[in-house]
Design a protein around this ligand. Structure first.
Ligand code: SF4
Length: 387
């Protein structure tokens, strides 16, 4: 039986009908064995990841923030570079935000970098210059949600706090036959309760990492490797051939796609770049000026209009340079990038917080949006600015 703890608009795909009622939740008597089996498996199979070689709460915090929304293999080089640049809380708090964003460039979800920086400053100002070892104090910092708080508290300080992320939800849904949708925020409580019940209080940090590792290596989204799983004899989904049906998800509306236009505006060997506002999406990052196209508006017309509206410049559009697609969490964009020459006017900003006329070789000193970075290898800015 799939245990639904609330009524939701489920994915219309119908579930297989159970032949007889059964209790999916692992009985309490089985929990010590589940813990033992998982920890034994983890001791043998765990990956040797850099953040697993330390108990330094600062380093663990940085790794957990990076690992939210980003794959392990992507995070590793960023983790090393970031810690080389900011080896401790004081170094991060002392840095200016632009330097932090530059180190974060390419990792995406830049709000994480803003929050890290603000939280580090708060810890230096009011927290005694260290990562708090109490859940309440740490949870109150910018960008620290339940997952980060529980991960850092358990791994660095052995606090009995169970973590619940996507991997953990998938494993728990299958192990216990939890039918609540994993992408429904109202169901989070159900997964948190299941994780709390399972947590081994004698080694909470190791146990949390073991569940996440099981989800990453064995209980994978598609075709989990059940024969290699330490929980295979107890797992509801495995025993009832439900691994294709669990976890369940609510089907979301397709993300909208927006057409954008931006200009590579060259003038006297330099190119114009603007800095996004200090709040909102991609706050504080740099980009080529532009924006969203209107319906039925041609690319060059949109680009000229957007440059006039955001920078007050009169620009002659020469040609389209490239088109790139880029995906954000809630929407996608198709960006047309045009080559423009300044025809008149002086920069007066409406929207961006700052602008610079930079030489092409100076671009790398600034933190840019991901979509802009994507265009760099295809642009021969040196030549364009000389032309
Ligand atoms: S037995 Fe299979 S479905 Fe169950 S937890 Fe293990 S890998 Fe996942």
């Amino acid at each position: 039986m799939i245990v639904n703890t609330a009524e939701f608009g489920y994915d219309p795909v119908s579930m297989p009908t159970p032949t007889k009622p059964q209790t999916a939740r692992p009985p309490s008597s089985l929990i010590p064995k589940l813990r033992r089996d998982l920890l034994a498996w983890y001791a043998t199979h765990r990956r040797d990841l850099p953040w697993r070689r330390t108990r330094d709460p600062y380093r663990i915090w940085i790794s957990e923030v990076m690992l939210q929304q980003t794959q392990v293999a992507t995070v590793i080089p960023f983790y090393h570079r970031f810690l080389e640049r900011f080896p401790n809380l004081a170094a991060l708090a002392r840095a200016d935000l632009q330097t932090v964003l530059k180190q974060w460039e390419g990792l995406g979800y830049y709000r994480r970098a803003h929050h890290l920086h603000r939280a580090a400053m708060e810890m230096m100002d009011a927290g005694g210059g260290r990562v708090p070892d109490r859940h309440r104090a740490f949870r109150a910092l910018p960008g620290v949600g339940d997952y980060i708080a529980n991960a850092v508290m358990s791994i660095a300080f052995d606090r009995p706090r169970a973590v619940v992320d996507g991997n953990v939800k998938r494993v728990l849904a299958r192990l216990g036959g939890i039918g609540d949708p994993v992408n429904q925020s109202a169901a989070h409580r159900v997964f948190q309760q299941a994780a709390d019940r399972l947590l081994d209080h004698s080694c909470p940090g190791t146990f949390n990492q073991a569940v996440m590792e099981l989800g990453a290596l064995v209980c994978t989204p598609r075709r989990p490797y059940c024969p290699e799983c330490p929980w295979r004899t107890s797992c509801h989904a495995c025993r009832n051939d439900l691994t294709d049906w669990l976890p369940r998800r609510i089907r979301r509306a397709p993300v909208p796609k927006h057409a954008m236009a931006a200009g590579v505006v060259c003038h006297r060997g330099r190119v114009l770049v603007v800095q996004r506002p200090s709040e909102g999406l991609l706050a504080g990052l740099w980009e080529f000026p532009g924006g969203r196209r209107q319906q039925r508006e041609s690319g060059p017309t949109a680009c000229r209009r957007l440059l006039r509206e955001t920078t007050a410049l009169d620009v002659t559009i020469e040609r389209r340079l490239i088109r790139v697609d880029h995906a954000y969490t809630h929407f996608k964009i198709k960006l047309d990038l045009f080559l423009g020459r300044k025809a008149g006017g002086r920069v007066r900003l409406d929207g961006p917080q700052a602008f610079r006329w930079v030489r092409p070789q100076e671009l790398n000193a600034l933190p840019f949006t991901g979509v802009c970075k994507k265009t760099f290898p295809q642009l021969t800015l040196d030549r364009l600015c000389r032309g």
